[in-house]
Design a protein around this ligand. Structure first.
Ligand SMILES: [Zn+2]
Length: 432
């Protein structure tokens, strides 16, 4: 199979380390000079960018968290003047303010190239017709792969999410060969085909690239047999860039991480200590080519491991194992990060007092759902059913605005939610 950038993807490991060190040093100088947050953090431990003489030095540096990024709202993390920024993306669902990331023209150029690597590793080439069902908007999801497809010279259908029967018609009529979606939505498409009496064998699809929510090998088998295509995993992280960070090759032994642009560490989420290669822990990424919003030791919250053994495909880039869950209490529903505490904040602002609540996440068929259980209190108490229904509707709408996912709201008896981590945690995830 083809490799998009042989020089980078098959680089000798020693040469790669040298390149990483040079890019890391440049990044540290850049953030120290331009981002107050990093200047303060480095000064606090007496670290100067010129002190960084080896890649190992990075473990001395403090982490960057999503909370730090939200605190920096909107532009405090930007390392270049706004006039050099050509694109702004942001994520919703974080506690407090959203996270805003900028891209210079050079950042966008890198992004398209890295996405092209991931697409090529999946077997996409200029003859393909690629249907992107991810969302086009402030989130990075659809854009990264979109520009990668164009760079490869393949055709992109920027349909975005939803309208499933139309998706299926387009898939058939436009002769789509590549599907880009969340794993859950791929199964919704399969259901729709069943309803329309359509057999995927008669379509033209050959490969699907899936990301945006945790999925399993069983789901992969299911998607492959129902959509009659090869299903590949890729890793997208909006704070670091978007899709294009890592992706599987045809051997499906983990996702090749674009290490010449991202420096990876695996840490123990509890202690912050760096773990040896092969152990499962929280992925920490340092961007080493980003100009607009570089990140030093960003805690992704994703649990995975790194494999540096050579791959049969010939790429020398390390492989990330399938994401095995979240290290912090962020929960991913329908591909969107949800911070349980944010739900509490919204409920408090609605009711004027702290509410006792619990999040239940489950799966109905292939789709995630979020249920928010709230104890009925004085401020939230209405005895008439019609008023209660109205309240539930308003709450659900308010929560949807704040977290990006429309939850089912269920009012429960006072005292029925025990805030005891053992028997009744804040989040109950029935998907795992
Ligand atoms: Zn490989």
């Amino acid at each position: 199979m083809a490799i998009y950038d042989r020089e980078a993807e098959q680089m000798d490991r020693a040469e790669l380390s040298q390149l990483q060190l040079e890019r890391l040093q440049a990044t540290l100088h850049r953030v120290y000079k331009n981002v107050k947050f990093y200047k303060k953090k480095f000064d606090a431990i007496g670290f100067l960018p010129e002190d960084c003489l080896s890649l190992e030095e990075i473990s001395r540096l403090p982490f960057t968290t999503r909370h730090d990024l939200a605190q920096a709202y909107p532009y405090e993390m930007f390392s270049v003047p706004l006039r050099e920024v050509v694109r702004i993306h942001s994520s919703t669902g974080s506690p407090g303010a959203p996270i805003v990331m900028g891209y210079t023209a050079r950042d966008l150029n890198h992004w398209a190239k890295l996405a092209a690597r991931v697409l090529t590793a999946a077997g996409v080439d200029r003859d393909d017709v690629v249907q992107v069902t991810l969302s086009y908007g402030l989130l990075t999801s659809a854009f990264g792969l979109h520009y990668g497809v164009e760079l490869l010279g393949a055709s992109v259908i920027p349909i975005g999410p939803g309208g499933t029967s139309r998706q299926v018609q387009i898939m058939r009529d436009y002769r789509t060969t590549v599907l880009i979606s969340t794993p859950g939505y791929a199964l919704v498409i399969a259901d729709q085909m069943d309803r329309m009496g359509m057999d995927a064998k008669n379509l033209f699809m050959k490969v699907g690239l899936f990301a945006g929510e945790p999925w399993t090998e069983d789901q992969r088998t299911d998607i492959e047999s129902r959509l009659f295509l090869t299903a590949l995993d890729n890793y997208a992280l909006s704070e670091a860039m978007g899709p294009g960070v890592a992706g599987e090759c045809e051997f499906r032994v983990g996702m090749h991480l674009n290490e010449d642009h991202f420096l990876a560490e695996i840490i123990d989420p509890a202690t912050g200590d760096v773990l040896p290669a092969g152990e499962v822990g929280e992925l920490v990424l340092t961007t080493i080519s980003r100009e607009a919003t570089p990140l030093v030791r960003f805690r992704t919250g994703d649990l995975t491991s790194l494999d540096y053994a050579p791959c049969d495909c010939g790429r020398t880039l390390a492989r990330l194992s399938r994401i095995q869950g979240r290290a912090d209490n962020v929960v991913v529903v329908k591909g969107i990060n949800i911070f349980p505490e944010r739900v509490g904040q919204i409920l408090a602002s609605f009711a004027g007092e702290e509410s006792v609540y619990q999040l239940v996440i489950g799966r109905e068929g292939p789709l995630d759902y979020l249920e928010v259980r709230i104890e009925v209190r004085e401020a939230l108490f209405f005895d008439k059913m019609t008023q209660q229904r109205e309240l539930v509707y308003k709450l659900s709408h308010k929560l949807a605005q704040g977290i990006g996912v429309t939850p089912r709201v269920k009012l429960v008896e006072p005292g029925s939610i025990q805030r005891d981590q053992e028997t009744s945690p804040l989040v109950v995830d029935l998907r795992t």
